[in-house]
Design a binder for this molecule. Structure first.
Ligand SMILES: Cc1cc2nc3c(=O)[nH]c(=O)nc-3n(C[C@H](O)[C@H](O)[C@H](O)COP(=O)(O)OP(=O)(O)OC[C@H]3O[C@@H](n4cnc5c(N)ncnc54)[C@H](O)[C@@H]3O)c2cc1C
Length: 503
């Protein structure tokens, strides 16, 4: 036990993309605030934000079919797609600001241009895709989207998927070239390097064991050095619980009433990664399919070109699964430990409501490699087992809470910021659309937790993110300006040849 005690303005728990984004925003807004970060692992971006633990899609609803739902009258609801696209534009602007200001460098190390495609088979789904295309393609946020149900055109777009395809079922795809592959692990590390250069103290291998309120309204953290076991106390006026899957237990420890009646349901994932460079070279897109009946939205199958460690790779998945751990590096007792007297009924109700989901996840865990290969062969008909290895992805902890619409124990699939009424502590729960919308989510957190500073901070926020507070949809000229300027700064314009040469 050490007697070390420190006092600081802001503590960020966890060195993932969320803490990285909040820390970077706050350092720009109030450079003289002292910030300390505690991370239980040895490096930044090792959990869900790591490049091998997520799919690296810059989610902007260009290809994810679950963001556009068919309404009972047959029309397509695109409101969620618009929302997510607008949120991703905030991330692009903030990253561009950081590159333009030389605060981070070499954007090609974390973002690459890559066509985003949706692919469906069967008459019903082809009709759906066509309607979706018609609803989106006239919208300025989705400009440049193409549709084709002509197998020759599809052969040009996705040769690996079309080659040796025997089925006579109708098939169709949409393609939009302005999509991106984002290496969130690399971006997280860049942001923490930048924060370090701004004197932010980053304490790796330090686990936050407990959080409690002090008599003056600050928060005291009990922090354990993972190597030596020594325990320190650190106090801050504001605490962000950015522990990813580790956030829920810490929120519960804070005891804030807003954190009551909330539970978490962990969903694990697996990807298949291609080890044959000849196969990798034949594909150049993120191709999203339709979720199987009964599957949760996060397990929509997709075949993704990825750019990791200066190398082009090919990933397929994710296969969902069940593990009681809240973090990939967590404990088998995480789920059980999160059941508290205040959320036990919520958790039980969620359990009763989600029997089909639990069954689905258990089924997924039991799949053999050959069964997974069969799912992959729906995308690549002649995929060979020896060309593919299995990698374990990150854990997602879905939020369970009582809602007016869904009733007791409703499983949520989005992200959620839960904060104390006085804004002195906030936690981020949930995982989707995730890292892509980190800037939007952290700006919302700033709005909730620092309302007294917002007026003074707004000009700087607008300088960094010109579309902040503005509906892009209502300002099509701004969309064009932002697309063009961020593409130039982030190196996304005219990169097609380079991206192919990457293979
Ligand atoms: C399979 C999968 C695919 C995904 N695909 C995409 C995608 O394509 N696009 C996208 O935008 N998003 C995607 N996501 C979501 C995205 O990865 C997450 O939303 C994002 O990485 C979460 O960032 P975070 O900072 O909240 O959490 P993390 O990156 O998990 O960081 C939390 C950190 O907190 C640390 N920590 C936890 N508890 C403690 C403690 N008590 N003390 C100290 N440190 C602690 C952890 O070690 C970790 O480093 C995917 C996620 C998964 C699992």
């Amino acid at each position: 036990m050490s007697n070390r005690q420190t006092r600081t303005d802001v503590i960020l728990i966890g060195a993932g993309i969320m803490s990285a984004t909040l820390g970077t925003l706050l350092k720009e807004l109030v450079p003289d605030w002292e910030i300390t970060v505690f991370e239980r692992l040895a490096n930044a971006g090792e959990e869900s934000s790591n490049e091998w633990n997520n799919a690296g899609t810059g989610h902007s609803a260009l290809c994810e079919l679950n963001y556009t739902v068919e309404k009972p009258d047959g029309s397509i609801d695109i409101s969620k797609a618009i929302k997510i696209n607008e949120q991703f534009q905030l991330s692009r602007q903030f990253w561009s600001y950081l590159v333009n200001s030389n605060l981070i460098r070499n954007p090609q190390d974390f973002i690459m241009p890559l066509p985003h495609m949706s692919l469906v088979q069967g008459e019903k789904d082809v009709t759906f895709l066509k309607k979706r295309f018609e609803a989106l393609s006239n919208n300025p946020l989705f400009q440049g989207m193409e549709f084709s149900d002509d197998p020759r055109k599809l052969m040009e777009w996705i040769p690996l998927i079309m080659k040796d395809r025997k089925s006579n079922e109708p098939i169709a795809a949409t393609k939009i070239d302005s999509g991106t592959d984002v290496n969130f692990g690399a971006l997280t590390r860049m942001l923490f390097d930048h924060l370090k250069s701004k004197n932010v103290e980053i304490k790796f291998k330090h686990n936050v064991d407990d959080i409690k309120r002090t008599s003056d309204g600050s928060w005291e953290l009990k922090v354990r050095n993972v190597d030596s076991g020594t325990v320190e106390r650190h106090t801050a006026k504001f605490v962000f619980i950015g522990g990813g899957g580790g956030s829920l237990p810490l929120l519960q420890k804070s005891g804030i009433p807003e954190g009551k009646h909330v539970g978490g349901f962990p969903v694990s994932g697996l990807f298949m990664v291609c080890n044959n460079p000849d196969v990798v070279a034949q594909h150049h897109a993120k191709v999203y399919g339709k979720a199987k009946v009964g599957a949760p939205p996060m397990s929509v199958p997709h075949l993704d070109t990825r750019f990791i460690d200066n190398k082009k790779s090919l990933l397929f998945g994710p296969f969902a699964g069940f593990s009681p751990k809240f973090l990939k590096t967590g404990s088998m007792f995480d789920l059980l430990g999160s059941v508290k007297p205040d959320n036990v009924l919520t958790m039980l109700a969620a359990g009763a409501k989600n029997v089909p989901l639990t069954k689905y996840l258990i089924q997924q865990v039991m799949l053999s490699k050959e069964q997974r290969m069969e799912e992959l062969r729906e995308f690549i008909p002649n995929a060979k087992s020896e060309d593919w290895d299995i990698v374990v992805a990150g854990q997602r902890v879905q939020v369970i809470k009582d809602t007016a619409a869904g009733g007791k124990g409703t499983l949520q699939f989005g992200t959620e910021v839960i904060s104390a009424a006085d804004g002195s502590i906030a936690a981020l729960l949930g995982a989707s659309p995730g890292a892509s919308t980190a800037v939007f989510v952290m700006l919302e957190l700033i709005k909730k937790c620092f309302p007294q500073h917002l007026k003074a901070w707004e000009p700087k926020i607008k300088e960094m993110i010109p579309s902040y507070g503005v509906s892009l949809l209502k300002n099509p000229e701004l969309i064009h300006e932002i697309h063009t300027s961020t593409a130039r700064t982030l190196g996304l314009a005219g990169k097609k040849q380079y991206a192919y040469a990457y293979a």
